[in-house]
Design a protein around this ligand. Structure first.
Ligand code: PLP
Ligand code: ZN
Length: 502
């Protein structure tokens, strides 16, 4: 809709103005740092940072009902800068000039309610939010759009030139970083560091196709992370892992969208999310907290983090009920089909610890939970979901397996509506489906396929035919007719089809 056609009282708010006072705040010592330079850890104490808006209280001057209207009307704007995560500009990056915003189609992914059959089977009302529908096919694009818009802003204001963006990745961060860097070439180039043979062929194809320098190193993600940390400390590169607080800021959009899609009514809602490096769950909690603080929502949804038993350091941390007694111990990861979350030493753990505490305090009771699930359950539930009209990835399967577990533990109430984060596109993880169908999982995965969920193509070569068509030798005339008739009959027999009564 054109600006002049919006209600007059909304018009002044449609196109936001640069405002706010963003600083990096250290989670260790509380020190604050200017955002004019790229910073990932506290120069003083080495802890991770979060971006905070020191002028956040100005947002409370706008009544909550008006905020809701602003976001709902902005849905109708045809200005690409506000079509993605920056619909929530005031909350996501109020210092970034509008013309520096990079929009590649991220955000506003669909929320699809499960059919009745699947909901009955699971015993809960739930939907998938399909973050695989982002441009590089995972939720990472939300944070990348934020980090790259900020870099673009620094480039345009000549505070940076010739950026080399680097990241370690379980596959999706590198796909996303390479995509956004390619869009900003030649000013931005990207280099990605991946654990050799620990990302899928599809995920590897992505940064290669987008022209990134791709390095595979032996080990697992946690080893790659250490390497890029050293690179970012000792060389002039831009780190694009979720250690970069701009990533977290952009990923908060996931929560804002959920709030908006429920008309800002978060009563009896729960959000389930797989945990890897723990950036996503950090952002989701932070997003809901900000909307609550301004009054856009009036209560907090439950947050349920899920980990595989093969990569469960966050789960283990929260096993200890006494807050004072908890200690974080990284784990040695084992093979996991939720490979994008196969991380033993999550970088955002200090953020999680702080936000879980704040979130539960605001809610007045425990509303953040972490559950763990078996590899077998992840695979089975992914396939069951997809047999009911979804296209969840293995991490989406992990979310659903997490819902089953949360249900059993009584974390989800019968009146709750649950949003499952399907964090990436299923096609990226098609190899695991293939291993399941062909019963080819190496023993380390501890997965054996259920016969009822297996599927395989069947080559049909009708009996009694001597020649078959091929691209070089198409059939013609009698031979072609025979081939078509016999092949159709063979398929009909296999499917037990009854001839049509004419
Ligand atoms: C990165 C990723 C995760 C884990 O998210 P964190 O923010 O690292 O906890 C889960 N699923 C997919 C598909 C991912 O790409
Ligand atoms: Zn510090």
């Amino acid at each position: 809709m054109r600006i002049e056609d919006f209600p007059e009282k909304i018009q002044p708010y449609l196109i936001p103005k640069v405002a706010g006072d963003l600083v990096y705040r250290c989670l260790g010592c509380g020190e604050e740092y200017d955002i004019t330079e790229l910073l990932y850890t506290c120069p003083d104490c080495g802890s991770v940072l979060l971006l905070v808006d020191r002028a956040f209280d100005r947002l409370k001057q706008i009544p909550s009902v008006l905020w809701r209207q602003i976001f709902d009307y902005r849905r109708m704007l045809n200005i690409s800068s506000f079509k993605g995560i920056y619909r929530y500009y005031e909350f996501i990056g109020p210092v970034i000039p509008i013309d520096a915003i990079v929009y590649l189609g991220e955000g506003h992914t669909s929320m699809v309610e499960a059919n009745g059959h699947l909901q009955d089977m699971v015993g809960a009302r739930f939907c998938f939010k399909n973050d695989g529908q982002n441009p590089s096919a995972s939720f990472k694009d939300r944070g990348m759009a934020s980090a790259m818009s900020y870099i673009n802003f620094l480039l345009r204001s000549k505070r940076l030139s010739e950026v080399l963006a680097v990241c370690a990745s379980t596959g999706d961060t590198s796909a996303s970083a390479a995509l956004y860097a390619a869009y900003l070439q030649p000013d931005v180039k990207s280099a990605v560091v991946l654990p050799h043979k620990k990302v899928t062929a599809q995920q590897l194809a992505q940064p290669l196709g987008n022209g990134a320098a791709v390095f595979e190193i032996p080990g697992v993600f946690d080893d790659c992370m250490k390497v890029v940390e050293v690179l970012s400390e000792q060389y002039n590169v831009a780190l694009l892992n979720s250690k970069n607080a701009w990533r977290i800021l952009g990923q908060e959009s996931f929560s804002y969208e959920i709030a908006q899609d429920f008309d800002y009514d978060m009563r009896n809602k729960a959000v389930i999310v797989p945990i890897g490096n723990a950036g996503n769950i950090t952002a989701i909690m932070s997003g809901f907290l900000k909307f609550l603080e301004v009054g856009i929502i009036d209560c907090l949804p439950k947050i349920i983090g899920v980990q595989s038993t093969h990569a469960n350091p966050v789960y283990k941390y929260y096993l200890e009920p006494n807050q004072e007694m908890r200690t974080f111990v990284p784990v040695k990861v084992r093979s996991s089909v939720a490979q994008a979350a196969m991380i033993g030493n999550p970088v955002s753990m200090p953020r999680v610890i702080q936000l879980v505490k704040a979130y539960n305090e605001k809610a007045g009771k425990q509303v953040v939970f972490v559950v763990e699930v078996e590899e077998q359950a992840i695979m089975d539930w992914e396939l069951i979901a997809n047999r009911n009209g979804h296209f969840a990835c293995t991490q989406g399967g992990e979310s659903l397996a997490g819902l089953i577990e949360a249900n059993e533990r009584g974390i989800v109430d019968s009146g709750d509506t649950v949003v499952l984060d399907a964090t990436a596109h299923a096609l990226k993880f098609a190899g695991f489906q293939e291993m399941y169908f062909e019963d080819k999982f190496p023993p380390a995965f501890e997965i054996s396929p259920r016969q009822s969920l297996k599927n395989a193509p069947e080559l049909v070569k009708a009996q009694g035919l001597d020649i078959f068509p091929s691209p070089e030798n198409p059939l013609k005339g009698e031979a072609f007719d025979q081939f078509v008739q016999q092949t159709a009959k063979t398929i009909a027999d296999k499917l037990n089809l009854k001839p049509r009564q004419l």
